[in-house]
Design a protein around this ligand. Sequence first.
Ligand SMILES: O=C(O)CCC(=O)C(=O)O
Ligand SMILES: [Fe+2]
Length: 270
Amino acid sequence: MLQIRSALDSERLDRVEHDLREVGFHIIENVITAEEADEAREAIWKFVEEDIANGFDHSYGDGKIRRVWAIVGKSPIFRGLIQHPTVVAVWKRMLGEDVIASTFTANIVGPDAPDGGWHIDYPYWAMQAPFPAGSLTGQTVWMLDDFTEENGATACIPGSHKTLRRPELGEAEGLESSVAVAPKGSIMFTNGAIWHQSRANRTDTPRVGLLGMYNRSVIYPQEDMPRQLTDDELAGESDVLKQLLGRNISFRDPDHGHNWHRTESGFRQV
Ligand SMILES: O=C(O)CCC(=O)C(=O)O
Ligand SMILES: [Fe+2]
């Protein structure tokens, strides 16, 4: 089981915030132990096998990069990681106390995979530029393998989030990038607007990462987070997890919300 050792002290949190605003990313090493990373990695491989058996296999990048969706409902390990205090502290600071999760998936960059392509993350890729300044969303890259120069680590272009737009085709190629090299169990936080990609994997071993995105609470999540756990499954879970899954947004609650709902007999306000 996941051992929570320490959350961040306020000095480190200040540094993370500074880097996310000014540089666009920040790495914290060894947030979980190598053994915990191994356990999570093994669980992901089980899901891959299940996805293949069920016909839900999602791959791209010449079929060599593989995605596992909706992992939070699939194992208590990921219910723990999505609400890890270090992660929640960072995103509460950047995105508000009422932050929600937007998507939590695994991304597996297999042997000989090409680079993933320079991009920005949701909701920016769904938005017209210029993007609003200030953070709408942030990415959490959990490294379940050592990330190296050779095995498909994530690369970012420092400062590119400040352009408040997506890269033009080919534009990022000539720019200096920074590769997230760190031991398994580490996290890279990124500003969701930064230009980034997974690099090509030139080794014979898959590189497994988890991607946890967090949004300001008014932004519709990328995955259907509220329904990843049933009411029964969620009953014994923490308030933080309920919040992250968007189960505590009172104005959206169909029974107690303040917005208008369509019913058989017209619209009503509840
Ligand atoms: O797995 C990675 O290194 C990054 C992938 C990524 O940026 C994404 O899927 O949005
Ligand atoms: Fe991305």
